[in-house]
Design a protein around this ligand. Structure first.
Ligand code: COA
Length: 261
C-alpha cells in the first residue's frame, strides 16, 4: 500500500483509510492507484465481505474525509485519458461487487462527495462538509454526478450544489438522501463498523446479488456518463479558467474570473 492509503482487516470488514492528514487527505495519483489495487483485491478476496472507507486526521481520529483531488496534481500531473489513475479508481469503485460503506467527517470535497454516490451506505458526523466545487475550478461534474445528483435531490437542488459549488452539511446531506445517518463524531467509526459487521453476517451471495440488482438499472448510464464527463473534465483542466482557479488556490487568494467570456 502507498504510505497515504492504508488497509486494515477487522474480521470480514476491510477498512480503506485515506491517510494524508497534512494535506487534508487530498488524493494523489499514487493514492488513487493504491485504492484501486485495494478494491480490486478485495473484490475477489472471499475473506472480505464489506469495505469501509474513511479518513485519518493525524490524531488517531477520522475527522477529515478528503479534500478531493490534489490540486497540485491537477496542475503538474493531470489525468490525460481513461487509463489515468482517477478513472481507474472510479471504474473499480463504481462497479465494486460488495457493499462499500463510507464514514465521513470534516471536508468531503470533489470526489470526496461524488464517491459517496457510489457507496451503498454513508454515515456522517455533524462536522461533515460536502462540496462539489468543480465549477469554481473551471471544471465540470465527474463520477456521474451530473446524472446521479439530480436523480437523488431533484434538478433545482442539484443545480444549486453543482453551479455554486458551495459546501453543504450533514443535515442537508441526510435530508436529501446522500447520507443514511448523522452520527455524533466520537461514535462515527464505531457505528459505521457496527453496520459493516452486521452486513458481514448476512448471506454474502445474497448481499452481492441485492447490490447488483439495486445498481443494475443505472449501471450502463453511469459508465457512459463518467466517460462523457471525463472527456470534458480533461479538456477543462487545460483551460485558462482552471489555470486561474488553481493559481489562486496556490497563492491563497480569491480567483478572479471577470476577464473570461
Ligand atoms: N490539494 C492539494 N493540497 C490541498 C488540498 C487539495 N485538494 N486541500 C487542502 N490542501 C492542503 C493545503 O494547501 C494546505 O497545505 P499547506 O499546509 O502545505 O499550505 C493543507 O492542505 C491544509 O489545507 P487548508 O486549506 O489550510 O485547510 P482548511 O481546513 O483551512 O481548509 C479545505 C480545508 C479542504 C476546505 C480547503 O483546503 C480546500 O478548499 N481545499 C481545496 C479543495 C478542492 O478544491 N479540491 C478539489 C476538488 S475537485
Amino acid at each position: 500500500m502507498s504510505v497515504n492509503i492504508r488497509t486494515e482487516r477487522e474480521g470480514a470488514v476491510l477498512r480503506l483509510i485515506i491517510d494524508r492528514p497534512a494535506k487534508k487527505n487530498a488524493l494523489t495519483t499514487a493514492m488513487y492507484d493504491a485504492m484501486t489495487t485495494a478494491l480490486t483485491e478485495a473484490a475477489t478476496d472471499s475473506a472480505v465481505r464489506v469495505v469501509l472507507i474513511h479518513g485519518q486526521d493525524g490524531d488517531g481520529g477520522a475527522s477529515v474525509f478528503t479534500a478531493g483531488n490534489d490540486l497540485g496534481d491537477f496542475m503538474m500531473n493531470p489525468p490525460r485519458g481513461e487509463d489515468s489513475s482517477v478513472f481507474g479508481f472510479l471504474r473499480v469503485a463504481t462497479t465494486f461487487p460488495k457493499p462499500l460503506v463510507a464514514a465521513v467527517a470534516g471536508p468531503a470535497v470533489g470526489i470526496g462527495t461524488t464517491l459517496l454516490l457510489h457507496c451503498d451506505l454513508v454515515y456522517a458526523a455533524p462536522s461533515a462538509r460536502f462540496q462539489m466545487p468543480f465549477v469554481n475550478l473551471g471544471l465540470c461534474p465527474e463520477a456521474a454526478s451530473s446524472l446521479l445528483v439530480p436523480r437523488l435531490v431533484g434538478p433545482q437542488k442539484a443545480a444549486e450544489w453543482l453551479l455554486f459549488g458551495e459546501p453543504f452539511y450533514a443535515e442537508d446531506a441526510y435530508r436529501y438522501g446522500l447520507v443514511n445517518e448523522v452520527v455524533h463524531e466520537p461514535d462515527l467509526l464505531t457505528v459505521a463498523m457496527q453496520r459493516c459487521e452486521a452486513l458481514a453476517t448476512r448471506p454474502p451471495a445474497a448481499v452481492r446479488l441485492t447490490k447488483q440488482l439495486l445498481r443494475a438499472p443505472d449501471a450502463d448510464a453511469i459508465q457512459a456518463t463518467i466517460r462523457t464527463e471525463g472527456a470534458h473534465f480533461i479538456e477543462r483542466l487545460t483551460s485558462p479558467e482552471t489555470a486561474e482557479a488553481l493559481t489562486a488556490f496556490m497563492e491563497r487568494r480569491p480567483a478572479d474570473f471577470s476577464k473570461f467570456e
